[in-house]
Design a protein around this ligand. Structure first.
Ligand SMILES: [Zn+2]
Length: 314
């Protein structure tokens, strides 16, 4: 198997597959051009122009997400504002999610919102995908197709295996749940560190007020710590709220971390140290440490089982 890497000019760190050096060079060039050229004709009608505040937020979260890379020994990888596209909410196509990272387009798509903190959370999550380990992989099939690895999530290398995996767990990708849990956990830590950021002061205040009201009125659901933004509309008494995504996946990750910590007291002293093993694998693409810790804690082959884990929806 050939393995190509070069200086980072797009989300991709590697090209994996049976291709010539010329093909690899052309693929790198194409990725770099896509990263730099973000005027997609197909998007123009759907895209919303960014406000000054949104531009400022993008610059702040670019910095904050670089800090995660540095933590795991990686260089900064700056994402210019043009690579985040805000899509008008009326035409947003994904029901379950407020953001989408598209490696093939080197772009994050974010659903329009009037709440800056919600925009920040959505854009941060996609930026973590953008800055996690990225690879272009060719399938082993005859008409070798291009697949992507983003962080931990990866596609099987043949179409037949992808179809079989999709039938088995609902998505044709391994480690989807773990990758999303880790990405949203990074996002949660960012949002919770912003309580004093003036960019978000109005929604922080609104959320505190609304949660106090919820406490007085026994609205338990609103007190869930996953809810990071809540507002009561005065006229209608309706509640507008946003919660951190992938609660089931993050719950499972937390259980895993607790177990690893408990069973390896000589190796790990805190939950954060265990979290780092997972997150380091997502950012650097190096799975050895994670595989070793999993096998040692839970027995050989555990990582394979986790690769296929998809939580049932509540
Ligand atoms: Zn995601």
């Amino acid at each position: 198997m050939e393995n190509f890497s070069q200086e980072k000019k797009s989300s991709f760190d590697r090209i994996i597959g049976r291709i010539s050096e010329e093909e690899a060079a052309a693929t790198w060039k194409e990725a770099e051009e896509t990263f730099n050229q973000q005027d997609f004709e197909a998007l123009i009608a759907f895209e919303k122009e960014k406000t000054e505040k949104e531009l400022l937020i993008l610059s702040e979260i670019n910095e904050a997400s670089n800090a995660w890379r540095r933590k795991y020994g990686l260089e900064d990888f700056d994402i210019p504002p043009q690579n985040t596209h805000i899509i008008k909410k009326e035409v947003w196509p994904y029901k379950k999610s407020g953001g989408y990272f598209k490696p093939g387009q080197q772009a994050s798509l974010i659903k329009e919102t009037s709440v800056p903190l919600v925009f920040a959370a959505r854009a941060f999550h996609e930026m973590i995908h953008f800055k996690s380990y990225g690879a272009i992989q060719k399938t082993f099939d005859e008409n070798s197709e291009r697949e992507y690895r983003t962080g931990l999530s990866l596609s099987p290398r043949t179409k037949a295996k992808q179809v079989a995996l999709k039938e088995e767990i609902g998505v044709p990708v391994y480690f989807q749940s773990l990758n999303e849990a880790l990405t949203e956990e990074c996002t949660r830590q960012y949002v919770q560190s912003q309580a004093k950021n003036l960019l978000y002061s109005s929604e922080t205040e609104e959320t505190t007020k609304t949660k106090e009201w919820a406490k007085r009125n026994n609205k338990e659901a609103l007190l869930d710590e996953n809810i990071y933004y809540a507002k009561k509309i005065p006229e209608t008494e309706e509640i507008e709220a946003e919660a951190f995504a992938y609660p089931n996946e993050r719950y499972t990750l937390a259980l895993l971390i607790d177990d690893v910590l408990e069973k390896n007291p000589e190796k790990f002293k805190t939950r954060d140290e265990v979290f780092d093993v997972f997150a380091r694998a997502m950012f650097t693409g190096n799975m050895f440490e994670l595989a070793h810790v999993m096998d040692k804690t839970f027995g050989k082959g555990t990582l394979r089982k986790i690769a296929k884990y998809m939580p049932k929806e509540k």
